[in-house]
Design a protein around this ligand. Structure first.
Ligand SMILES: C[S@@+](CC[C@H](N)C(=O)[O-])C[C@H]1O[C@@H](n2cnc3c(N)ncnc32)[C@H](O)[C@@H]1O
Length: 270
């Protein structure tokens, strides 16, 4: 399986390394370059190895998602879109999310974009017994897959799945007067600004609540101004929009593909 590289600077180093080999550049320079790549990659590996790891249930969920035949499921007409295990958050981000949920003493988590349920289960594991995770997903096929994983964990019972377009489901939840302490936004990137505005304007975010946006760096496309990747441009637009919100307190943490934490200033500066 191809290695996941979220840092475009490392990808550039790999390209230079290939070029050096092609052009038979001095062996010392090639060695120095390889050492630089190893060191740059060691940073994330080290952070992950020192941080807490996943539970058995999460590790199994991740393993089985990595092995899942999504291409076949698409060919068989089971999934609406072609899915790929790369969209799963995974263990490091999962541990980070667990820290946010537990530090904020959250009881109600809303997730926009479930996939096979890694982040939903990660959040459920750190909630109290009466805590809940409501997770929104577009593709009905994923409900079956995720339910299978949730059934294998005692925390799975805290999770409820709402299938449909998240824009509509959010409005339904607002009508139901639902409120959440942590909202994790991880679905289609062109919907991020709308999701943010809906959550804030319809009062879905409880007082003192926290919003977490995933993929806020989008493989570096958010800050690499040469990038013309459509999805990266959407993420950049959302980041800029959030930056323009003077009522919001923000920190973009360069974990994995970038995790953007946003809170109302009135909840931070009491
Ligand atoms: C990046 S994945 C979510 C990964 C997941 N949070 C995890 O940690 O493994 C995004 C998911 O959002 C779903 N999605 C995309 N557009 C959506 C929409 N408009 N409404 C609801 N879900 C959507 C996709 O089907 C996909 O499963």
């Amino acid at each position: 399986m191809a290695k996941e590289i979220c840092d475009p600077a490392i990808s550039e180093l790999y390209k230079i390394k290939e070029l050096c080999a092609e052009k038979c550049v001095d062996a010392d320079i090639q060695k120095a370059l390889s050492d630089a790549i190893t060191l740059a990659e060691a940073r994330d590996t080290y952070c992950q190895s020192i941080s807490s790891g996943p539970s058995e249930a999460l590790a199994a969920l991740q393993r089985q998602t990595l092995e899942y035949p999504f291409d076949q499921a698409y060919k068989d007409g089971k999934t609406k879109k072609k899915l790929n295990h790369r969209i799963m958050s995974g263990k490091f981000e999962g541990t980070f999310l667990q820290s946010i949920v537990s530090m904020s003493k959250a009881k109600r988590v809303l997730e926009i974009g479930m996939f096979t349920g890694y982040s939903a289960l990660a959040c459920a594991e750190v909630l109290p017994e009466d805590g809940t995770v409501t997770t929104l997903e577009f593709d009905p096929f994923l409900e079956e897959v995720a339910k299978g994983f949730f059934a294998k964990s005692p925390c799975g019972k805290k999770i409820s799945i709402r299938i449909g377009d998240a824009k509509e489901t959010l409005l339904k939840l607002a009508e139901e007067k639902a409120q959440y302490d942590v909202v994790f936004i991880d679905a289609n990137k062109d919907g991020y600004v709308t999701y943010f505005k809906t959550v804030i304007e319809t009062n879905l975010l409880a007082k003192g609540g926290t919003l977490v946006f995933d993929n806020a760096l989008m493989n570096g496309g958010a800050y690499d101004m040469r990038s013309t990747n459509k999805i990266a441009l959407e993420v950049r637009k959302c980041n800029e929009y959030l930056k323009s919100r003077n009522d919001m307190f923000r920190v973009l943490v360069p974990i994995r593909d970038g995790t953007f934490i946003v809170r109302r200033k009135e909840d931070v500066f009491l």
